[in-house]
Design a protein around this ligand. Structure first.
Ligand code: NDP
Ligand code: MG
Length: 398
């Protein structure tokens, strides 16, 4: 059986964020335990994790892998797989916090399921908020109107962000007087590997070049989203929902060193920022220990070694995905779900060398232009649109 303390259900335990989340459990064995874990296909690592953390339940996508796990652990572990297995593990496991580190729209239903059970969610899966922010808001507080003004409560603490920028904003708000005292927030962006690339060289960019992020080590999908700056558009939508801030009060600033993780400007003109080395261990741990801080040893930020910190405006002509995404966020309703689905398929096509780098933005824009956004939407409606867009884009390009 899993150990004591706060019981975590870690979805995506074999991924970049999931593995760092396991480090947090390792650091604080008395305080955290893994009640459940879920993986896609990396059965080898999942088996190692089961041996180390003894979760009572696990999910693995494929039935063959699920049978292999059952063969190894027998009755000791409940094994879920396939179709609605992710939702079932979220609904049937005994845990305190769902740590959602799945990639893509696949993370949305599990987020809603956990919140519907009244569980806290430590959210890395930003796609949940991008495609279904209004649904999530309705689950967290059914009486609240979809677009709450700045002075109404945010989604904190039902949802605690793992994304480094949103963790930084949360830490600044925590220190500076809350959302009510905030005038605007600035989400920082590294600018990715192509910040200085001339515009006419973008079409020839290869997956290998795009996967070579200058400051962060992450899963493939988010690394490509960072290279197109779609990721920053997603993060603006994420911030809008998380902190109940109107889009007009959310800015984006390119900061190539990735040391200032984001900033909050308060009504009296004070600006607070959270600084640190680009390492996800802190935001993951903070989401789990909030509002407390727990120690992490290791490398420390030394500003004089870094020398200078730069801040620049993003270049919209080189990174069309940023504006496309923020505009879809402002349109609201189903528009962000369309952007996300088209982007997921386009990123996959690019990684498989079926399309070029600049085709990602073109595909997303085409899908958005062909879509008539609808306002009031349920979880099922969003997932239907997600499926339609995926199938249409795949049909066109596969
Ligand atoms: P990875 O690709 O490294 O990990 C994704 C995880 O999801 C893996 O454990 C994978 O399992 C699992 N998975 C994929 N498909 C399925 C499926 N169908 N069913 C069950 N599990 C599945 O991604 P990251 O860790 O980089 O990112 C995760 C999320 O966190 C994303 O939403 C990303 O945007 C966000 N994020 C990531 C950051 C980072 O530094 N990496 C920073 C901020 C946000 P397997 O490997 O076994 O197939
Ligand atoms: Mg981020």
């Amino acid at each position: 059986m899993s150990g004591g303390g706060t019981k975590l259900l870690i979805l995506g335990s074999t991924g970049s964020i999931g593995r760092s989340a396991c480090n947090c459990v390792r650091r604080f064995r008395e305080r955290f335990s893994a009640a459940g874990m879920a993986a896609g296909s990396n059965v080898g690592l999942l088996v190692e994790q089961i041996r180390e953390f003894s979760p009572s339940s696990i999910y693995i996508a494929d039935r063959e892998n699920a049978d292999a796990v059952k063969g190894l652990f027998g009755e000791k572990v409940n094994v879920y797989c396939g179709g609605n297995g992710l939702e079932r593990i979220v609904n049937e496991t005994d845990y305190d916090i769902l740590l959602n580190a799945l990639v893509g729209a696949a993370g949305f239903r599990p987020t809603v399921a956990a919140l519907s059970r009244g569980k806290r969610v430590a959210l890395a899966n930003k796609e949940s908020l991008v495609i279904g922010g209004d649904c999530i808001r309705a689950v967290v507080n059914p009486n609240k109107k979809p677009s709450a003004p700045i002075d109404e409560t945010s989604l904190i603490p039902s949802l605690l962000p793992i994304d480094s920028e949103h963790s930084a904003i949360l830490q600044c708000l925590q220190a500076g007087g809350g959302v009510e005292a905030a005038e605007s927030i600035t989400v920082t962006a590294s600018g990715g590997p192509f910040r200085n690339l001339p515009k006419d060289s973008f079409a020839a960019v290869t997956p290998e070049q795009a996967l070579n992020h200058p400051t962060w080590s992450m899963g493939k999908k988010i690394t490509i989203d960072s290279a197109t700056m779609m990721n920053k558009g997603f993060e603006v939508i994420e911030a809008h929902h998380l902190f109940s801030l109107p889009y007009e009060r959310i800015r984006v600033c390119v900061h190539p060193q990735s040391i200032v993780h984001s900033l909050v400007e308060f009504h009296d003109g004070a600006v607070m920022a959270q600084l640190g080395l680009p390492d996800m261990e802190l935001p993951i741990q903070y989401a789990l220990s909030w509002p407390q801080r727990l120690p992490i040893s290791g490398k420390r930020l030394n500003l004089s070694n870094i020398g200078s910190l730069d801040f620049l405006e993003p270049a919209p002509d080189k990174f069309p995905c940023l504006k496309l995404c923020i505009d879809a966020g402002k349109t609201g309703g189903t528009a962000p779900a369309v952007i996300n689905a088209a982007n997921e398929v386009a990123v996959d096509l690019f990684l498989n060398k079926k399309i070029g780098f600049t085709d990602i933005a073109k595909i997303v824009e085409t899908e958005l232009n062909e879509h008539n956004p609808v306002k009031a939407i349920s979880v099922n409606d969003i997932m239907d649109i997600d499926k339609d867009v995926r199938e249409r884009v795949a049909r066109k390009y596969r």
